[in-house]
Design a protein around this ligand. Structure first.
Ligand code: GLU
Length: 518
């Protein structure tokens, strides 16, 4: 019988969730929804030394912002809980499995101290062993339940001496498994080490806990980053050793996210280096503010655009379509269309997606961004005017905050004029046109609309035999203080006649000396 699809996202709360982690969560979500299955979240917090306060909350907020809905989680519960490994450890879930492996001769106790391990490493290095490991060969020289007499092992355990439990890796065996993205993978056990399964503090390691949990929580597919591919053979072996091969999840290891130049894996520090965010949300490090990082949300990305961008970092629909809603992604998503090779992170593509989503939004909705920013700056504005402004600006807008940045001249009567433009473009022709335009506007009584304004201005320019290209930027700088922006006739229509008259007057006065000086 086909099992219900159950996938999991299993982050470790060691800091803010990296964009690669969000992509993993997204692909799991799309896969689960596509197959009518479930997605759950499990917090993998067995490594207490790396625990970072606030990280779990961050993960929760980030997924919520992205619209990735979990069917089961530490926060909503579910019938396979607890959903935090620390709590599962408390519930005594892992110990029995480690014990079973020891009892069946598939794992063993190792009593080696830190110093002894260090000595082994040095010895192997001196012997020019390329990767010094505790493995099928070297274990014979160490202090463990395979080398020590049985009585001594018992005595050590009884006296409470510290030990770990290590997997007994077969000396020579092929471990093969199928990856949905990479096909068949074959690894020789001689290249693998005797990984610790249980630590001396009684905590399971990631490897043991992950396998036990995926089994007990009935995970059908493990979709995770390529950095876990080297661990997969060990995991496959553990499923076999524990007798769970038949229900072993299917694996899909996602391609790496690469730096923009393609030189290596995108790291948490690359955000600062390349000047963009690699985290979904702003991260404030409570202990060290220098470790704080910007987030896509705070940079002004819309969640839909962010998701669309992420979906394409490693997957493509095989068609020309680029804009996908979450629902469309769910329908189009297949693991077969995920690539194997690393994907360059291109922030310009993220910006492009954001632009597309901004453009597609109704002006009424976009106006709320502008109105909020205006309010923050104590500038009053009628909603109708804000709607007109965003409508005019949205073609060239990447982020919601651009409406205020790019449109603030609508609210501030210029008192200063861009010097670079003035020095090049302010001349007698501009002054003559503006003077006439001012007079014409005062006498005009038609509705003050873009087409009509254009008609009036062009009539003046033509009548004076002036080239339009030579005066437009000068007129613009007079009206807005800057040298570029949206269609000037539309800008004037929004400003309204009284304001346009004031601005012309102001500019003629303020810049009077500039023509004479030439
Ligand atoms: N806890 C691991 C991580 O932080 C999960 C890896 C896996 O999905 O198996 O990424």
């Amino acid at each position: 019988m086909e099992r219900e699809v159950r996938v999991r996202f299993a982050p470790s709360p060691t800091g803010p969730l990296h964009i690669g982690g969000v992509r993993t969560a997204l692909y799991n979500y799309l896969f689960a929804k596509k197959h009518g299955g479930k997605m759950f979240l499990r917090i993998e917090d067995t490594d207490q030394d790396r625990f970072v306060p606030g990280a779990e909350e961050y993960i929760q907020n980030a997924l919520a912002w992205c619209g990735i809905q979990l069917d089961e989680s530490p926060w909503h519960g579910g019938s396979f809980g607890p959903y935090r490994q620390s709590e599962r450890k408390e519930a005594g879930i892992y110990g029995q499995y480690a014990q079973r492996l020891v009892d069946e001769g598939k794992a063993y106790y190792a009593f080696d101290t830190k110093e002894e391990l260090e000595e082994m490493r040095k010895r192997l290095e001196a012997a020019k062993v390329v990767s010094p490991q505790y493995n099928a060969i070297t274990r014979a020289t160490m202090k463990n339940s395979l080398t020590l007499p049985e009585d001594e092992v018992k005595a050590r355990l009884a006296s409470g001496q510290a030990y770990v439990i290590r997997i007994k890796m077969p000396k020579k065996e092929e471990i093969r498994f199928h990856d949905l993205i990479r096909g068949w993978i074959v690894v020789h056990s001689s290249t693998l080490d005797d990984k610790v399964l249980m630590k001396s503090d009684g905590m399971p390691t990631y490897h043991l806990a992950n396998i036990v949990d995926d089994h007990l929580m009935q995970t059908t597919h493990v979709i995770r980053g390529e950095e876990w591919l080297p661990s997969a053979p060990l995991h496959v072996l553990l499923y076999r050793y524990l007798g769970w091969e038949e229900t072993m999840p299917k694996f899909a290891h996602l391609p790496l996210l690469l730096k923009p130049d393609g030189e290596g894996k995108l790291s948490k520090r690359d955000g600062d280096k390349f000047g963009f965010s690699v985290f979904p949300l702003l991260w404030k490090d409570s202990e060290n503010s220098a470790n704080s990082s910007s987030g896509f949300r705070e940079d002004g990305y819309l969640p839909d655009a962010f998701i669309n961008f992420l979906a394409f970092l490693g997957w493509n629909p095989g068609t020309q379509q680029e804009l996908f809603s979450m629902q469309e992604l769910i329908e189009a998503f297949t693991v077969e269309r995920i690539g194997k090779s690393g994907v360059k992170f291109d922030i310009n593509k993220a910006k492009w997606f954001n632009q597309q989503y901004i453009k597609a939004k109704p002006n009424e909705e976009l106006a709320t961004y502008l109105l909020a920013d205006l309010q923050k700056n104590n500038i009053a504005c009628e909603p109708a005017k804000a709607i007109k402004i965003v409508g005019l600006l949205k073609e060239k807008t990447t982020f919601p905050q651009d409406f205020y940045k790019e449109g603030v001249y609508f609210f501030n009567t210029p008192t200063q004029y861009d010097e670079a433009v003035v020095s090049k473009k302010w001349n007698q022709e501009v002054v003559t046109v503006l003077q006439s335009f001012h007079t014409t506007l005062q006498a005009d009584n038609q509705p003050f609309e873009a087409a009509h304004i254009k008609h009036l201005l062009h009539e003046i320019i033509e009548a004076k035999g002036i080239k339009i290209g030579g005066v437009m930027q000068g007129i613009r700088v007079a009206l807005t203080g800057i040298g570029s922006g949206s269609d000037l006739m539309e800008v004037m229509a929004i400003l309204g006649k009284p304001e346009v008259l004031t601005r012309i007057q102001n500019a003629l006065q303020s810049l009077q000396g500039r023509v004479l000086a030439k």
